[in-house]
Design a protein around this ligand. Sequence first.
Ligand code: 6R9
Length: 656
Amino acid sequence: MSEPTIESILTENRVFTPSADFAQNARINSLDKYQEIYAKAQADPQAFWAELAETELDWFEKWHTVMDWQPPNVKWFAGGKINITYNCIDRHLKTWRRNKAALIWEGEPGDSRTLTYAQLHREVCQFANALKRLGVKKGDVIGIYMPMIPEAAIAMLACARIGAPHSVVFGGFSAEALRDRLNDGSAKLVITADGGWRKDAIVPLKEQVDKALADNAAPTVENVLVVKRTAQNLKMEPGRDHWWHDLQKEVSADCPAEPMDSEDVLFILYTSGSTGKPKGVVHTTGGYNLYTHMTTKWIFDLQDNDVYWCTADVGWITGHSYIVYGPLSNGATSLMYEGAPRPSNPGCIWDVVEKYGVNIFYTAPTAIRAFIKMGDHLPNSRDLSSLRLLGTVGEPINPEAWIWYHRVIGKQKCPIVDTWWQTETGGIMITPLPGATPTKPGSATLPFPGIIADVVDLEGNSVKDNQGGYLVVTHPWPGMMRTVYGDPDRFRRSYWEHIPPKDGKYVYFAGDGARRDQDGYFWVMGRVDDVINVAGHRLGTMEIESALVSHPAVAEAAVVGKPDEIKGESVTAFVILEGDQAHTDTLADNLRQHVASEIGAIAKPSEIRFTDALPKTRSGKIMRRLLRTLAAGEEITSDTSTLEDRSILDKLREGA
Ligand code: 6R9
């Protein structure tokens, strides 16, 4: 960790109480009710979760042990047999929901599709049978590299139905990043599409898969299943590549859900950490099903007729938990949108809200800041009156953006749920309940029932109210990650050792700084490790640095985040070149392109600063703290006594 002290400068005193209108129909409709449930869960978390597992989910066989906690390893509902797709689909077929829209999909070019629960069932079963026909067995890891089309969700559900853990790789990642993830998980098959639409252009996904697999570079992958979306010409490799629409004609629509052990792996999802390559975060079945189900139900307060829209991509945890599993387990109507605001239609988001009468809208602060910049006339010229609840996720929201969201999108009547959580936590951890919790702009407010969180110092002692510290969770919860795929040691090191256990009591270290105010509200301040958050996407500085030094012109690189009005943070790279090459704009551009092709466009440095030396400690550690200050264009006032050579700072300043 690079930042020993955490300061919070944000003070925000406005309080917004849930309207009587909203609270009237809400499941949890007063702060008292929340506190009552919270206290009950805190007194006996196991009994709390067990009761919900019993009443809210369908199990093929009941568990014998609610929680088995051998720090840092946990099992929830051990001995229980369950299949998350049974809970997400089959059980609704016996009710009036059979013909309710499960997924509403809008493509960027304006095409659209609706799948009822009965139709979704049919497609998932067929897809699962197609996977089986290609030799996929329970336990095989399947890579999914898809655009935002219904088949992305169908593919995930098909994997879960037959017990093949999925490993979804965001479609914006490069062929190299895809290959690394396929290899790390020893994926047996990749599901992709010919392409997807993004800002009026085709993203050629299958082409990237071909690159990732070229020269047998991902040797475990035997087959590629391709969904037709954009219909450009493709090279299909005989024996390896198969069209989904061809296989679909040959397989039956009958595929019973495989009974899975509660602790069988449901999926792996890669995320950036402070060191080394991305971590494969492992989630298992029963606990994740329960946790995403309950958080969706209470936080989004879904009513039977709601149209719910989460704007995330299924390539991120938010898409997994709050486009696919949580909403479907609740029998909701979940909207998927392929597109993004673009010059040909900057108001497309509000078109979709109007077209489908969206009631619940969940997006990221970076998107909100971009909406603000594009102008109020875009939302103001659409009918947004269907909206009744708004949410945000991905990074701290600045109070100005919160207030704009409340005023311009929510017309001052929609509660806002600012939800703090992570890939690792599986589901939302700190959040308002919209009919119960008074909100303060910029605060994620209070922990979800069953979640016991604290703000501590590096010794694990709770800090005083309003003092900065490290955000930790002190009791296991059903949705938590189980391990880092193939690297249990890294799991222990990354999450359970920064704060040493006291009296044998382990705490989960989230990697975020936070403070708690006098009302117990949490204010999350951002990462305390070498992770940067660019437009809500987590990037490790190490990953970008190793991409840069893999370029032949680069000798050394140090990457830091720089505050950015829209994206929250942007990437600044300090680069030392090999030999005495000229510091040209062309080379800087080449390096930016190189990072895009190594990782993906989201990781592209917005600024490259050439330098002859980097500020280092005497033991040779790069002092990123100083580089961050320089990148932000601020004066260095903090301690520089550990710096080996002070003249470097002056040179870096001159070069700015
Ligand atoms: C769900 C997701 C996790 C990191 C997390 C934190 C930041 C997410 C936040 C928030 C402040 C919120 N973060 N939600 N910070 N307020 N409401 O985003 O997962 O991609 O793993 O990122 O995002 O820094 O540690 P993930």
